[in-house]
Write a protein that binds this ligand. Structure first.
Ligand code: 13P
Length: 290
């Protein structure tokens, strides 16, 4: 984690009563943090996947998570990526303290695509962030790099922000292909994205073998991969983009692993699955100590 507060950020923070978002901020008014803050503000995010099972449970969880963000919390962006049907209820429950994002988007804007949700639809209800490229979408739903690239471009063209997930399988990990898999995914998924648009992209490195398995990558392993990804971004764009893009780690993150992960120079945040469904655990992750 490398967080340098800019003069603009210092000014804006001076007017804030809490170090997190002002409670009254709506999603639309929430700070465009990548513009307000100079360098890699920590980003703690949760991915609810196909959970929880009812709107009531979603509201309870969303409310408990918002209560865990206090004036003593680290200066971070916090986001929850939730099922489409829970987005508006979660926004109402979040008290303006975190972003509520979508778990995916259709690369098409309208037409005969039954079951799909467009960037325009999400934007119209105030959604700013969406995931793209999660390994479960790649593996279970067969989303290709080309499809993922379409999602990324559509979100960015709509003025929205995108968290692009990348990561290798266990077989690729065992064959020492981590760096090349991540490089290929970054190059294919970010094809056609401009340097300027990269200020609205965050990368989540999620080794598939660490997702939902309890096998968290060691902080050193994750740090090395993040550094490699940053070098790929420098090659694709330039050093400024490489240095300012936030790269998050995902895969079995828990309260036990968060502090050491966040202490790594190139780990700017986390994308949390299972532990984001337990407010006590997720609130400890939000309130990391590094
Ligand atoms: P877990 O934290 O449950 O391993 O899930 C990680 C993940 O897939 C987040 O997107």
């Amino acid at each position: 984690m490398k967080f340098v507060t800019s003069a603009v950020a210092a000014l804006s923070l001076a007017t804030c009563t809490t170090s997190a978002f002002l409670p009254s901020l709506t999603q639309r008014n929430a700070p465009q943090t990548t513009e307000l803050f100079a360098s890699r503000k920590p980003f703690i995010s949760g991915n609810w996947k196909l959970n929880p099972q009812t709107r009531e449970e979603a509201i309870t969880l969303a409310t408990e998570i918002s209560e865990g963000i206090t004036s003593a919390s680290p200066e971070s962006d916090v986001a929850l990526f939730v099922p489409y049907v829970f987005i508006e209820s979660t926004m109402n429950a979040c008290d303006g303290k975190y972003f509520v994002g979508a778990e995916g988007v259709c690369p098409e804007m309208k037409g005969a695509f039954t079951g799909a949700v467009s960037a325009s639809m999400l934007n119209s209800i105030g959604v700013q962030w969406a995931l793209a490229g999660h390994s479960e979408r790649r593996v279970i739903f067969g989303e290709s790099d080309e499809y993922i690239n379409g999602q990324v471009l559509k979100l960015l063209d709509m003025g929205m922000s995108c968290m692009l997930c990348i990561g290798e399988s266990l077989a690729e990990y065992e064959q020492n292909l981590v760096g090349s898999v991540c490089a290929v995914q970054l190059k294919k998924d970010l094809a056609g994205v401009s340097k300027e648009q990269m200020s609205r992209v965050a990368i989540a490195y999620e080794p598939v073998w660490a997702i939902g398995t309890g096998k968290v990558a060691t902080p050193e392993t994750a740090q090395n991969v993040h550094k490699t990804c940053r070098a790929v971004l420098a090659e694709m764009f330039d050093d400024d983009v490489a240095d300012s893009t936030r790269i998050l780690y995902g895969g079995s993150v828990t309260p036990d692993s968060i502090d050491e992960l966040m202490a790594q120079e190139d780990i700017d945040g986390v994308l949390v699955g299972g532990a984001s469904l337990d407010s006590t655990k997720f609130n400890r992750i939000i309130n990391f100590q590094a």
